[in-house]
Design a protein around this ligand. Structure first.
Ligand code: NDP
Ligand SMILES: O=C1OC[C@@H](O)[C@H](O)[C@H]1O
Length: 367
């Protein structure tokens, strides 16, 4: 067997999720039966070189010798030993960080929400095409083995067509006790649940309905509603409905997210003509789902599938990035550009209907 591709990552920021992602990159790919790629972290960029070095010392452990610590993000983009940039700054920095990386001709995996509006994303995708680099939103959930198996059952026809679904992701951030500058509260950082948690209920609607072959990638109509917190004026509770009826699918998704209430239920419940699939929360990283088969409106069979792997599950998307770059692709077919363009168009519309206006200058590109 040929040697695996060694794929070299430059990490932008030393925050919470950069830490989790890098730990997952270091998990031996063989533990998930991957033999064609391995990941190596060659550079960490931070606004502080001390933080970058501390990150290397604490997170990279035995791999630390080959990683460089930089006190600026620009130095990571310029490093010839970096193949791909992982952007893990707050939402409102994604556009500028990803654009700088693309202009330096680096491939990019950018945390969710990929940008704060659709105009920024369109500008990034145009730049990625022009510079012939791979670009993807880091929607890790789409690449989990559980998601792939869910899609197989959902699209096999065994349950008939999907008709209706509910999905929710709610996290109690304790917002009354947080500083107003925390990224979940600060409008300058795109605070609120829609941009932070909304991508997860939405990815389940994209998998179950938008990607369903009967939908033929038709766009849904969108209806949204937001409750704002008086603390900083960002949304605290948001719900949105997507109605698909333009192709051979007639189905509706009711989606919601909150930053001041916890609870794993309901996760996602997807109702089909002949049964139901229930995805256990939390929706960003479910570990099991249950399929109920109906006859004459009654459950006649029920199966639960459980999933386990080494690491947190952020490495599956990293394998996809490495393979796409190896194969000369500028987008993933699994989480393709049109899917997160839909995400951003939906979020723009929900914010418009809900009256959430980002402060002047936060959106770097506007329509
Ligand atoms: N996929 C997933 O499961 C998750 C994804 N995320 C996404 O990742 C992004 C980062 O979230 P998270 O890691 O929780 O955030 P953190 O606040 O923990 O980290 C953000 C990092 O960005 C850098 N940064 C650059 N500019 C700023 C600024 N003005 N204010 C604050 N930090 C800045 C800092 O690193 P430095 O000082 O080193 O430059 C900081 O440590 C978000 O967009 C979020 O949506 C978050 C959590 C989970
Ligand atoms: O992506 C995420 O998933 C987990 C949440 O707690 C976090 O705020 C969010 O960014």
């Amino acid at each position: 067997m040929s040697q695996p591709l060694v794929f070299r990552w430059g990490i932008i920021s030393t925050g919470m999720i950069a830490n989790v992602f890098v730990k997952d990159l270091l998990v031996d790919p063989k533990t998930r039966d991957v033999h064609d790629v391995v990941h190596k972290v060659t550079a960490i960029g931070s606004r502080s070189v001390t933080k970058a070095q501390e990150f290397i010392d604490s997170v990279l452990e035995s791999d630390k010798a080959s990683a460089k610590a930089y006190g600026s993000y620009a130095e990571v983009y310029a490093d010839k030993d970096v193949d791909v940039i992982y952007v893990a700054t707050p939402h409102t920095y994604h556009y500028e960080n990803a654009m700088d990386a693309i202009k330096a001709k680096k491939h990019v995996l950018c945390e969710k929400p990929v940008t704060v509006n659709a105009a920024e994303l369109r500008s990034l995708l145009a730049a990625a095409k022009e510079n012939n680099v791979f670009f993807m939103e880091a929607m890790w959930t789409r690449f989990h083995p559980l998601s792939l198996e869910f899609k197989e059952i959902s699209e096999s026809g065994v349950l008939g067509l999907p008709i209706a679904m509910h999905a929710d992701l709610s996290v109690d951030f304790g917002i009354k006790d947080l500083p107003k500058t925390h990224r979940i509260l600060d409008p300058m950082l795109g605070g609120g649940p829609l941009l932070d948690l909304g991508p997860y209920p939405l990815v389940w609607a994209i998998m179950a309905l938008f990607e369903h072959p009967s939908n033929k990638y038709s766009q849904p109509s969108i209806s949204g509603s937001m409750v704002m917190t008086p603390i900083t004026g960002v949304d605290s509770n948001t719900s949105f409905t997507l109605s698909f009826s333009k192709a051979d699918l007639s189905a509706q998704a009711v989606l919601s997210c909150s930053i001041n209430a916890a609870g794993l239920e309901p996760g996602a419940t997807i109702r089909y003509e002949k049964g139901v699939i229930k995805i256990a929360g939390p929706l960003y990283c479910p570990q099991s789902f249950t399929v109920q088969y109906f006859e004459k409106g009654k459950v006649v069979r029920e199966e639960t599938r459980n999933f386990e792997y080494a690491g947190r599950g952020m490495h599956f998307q990293a394998d996809e990035v490495a393979r796409c770059v190896r194969d000369g692709k500028i987008e993933s077919e699994v989480w393709s550009h049109k899917k997160y363009l839909l995400e951003m168009d939906i979020f723009d519309e929900v914010r418009r209907q809900g009256g959430y206006v980002l402060p002047p200058g936060v959106e770097k590109v506007t329509a």
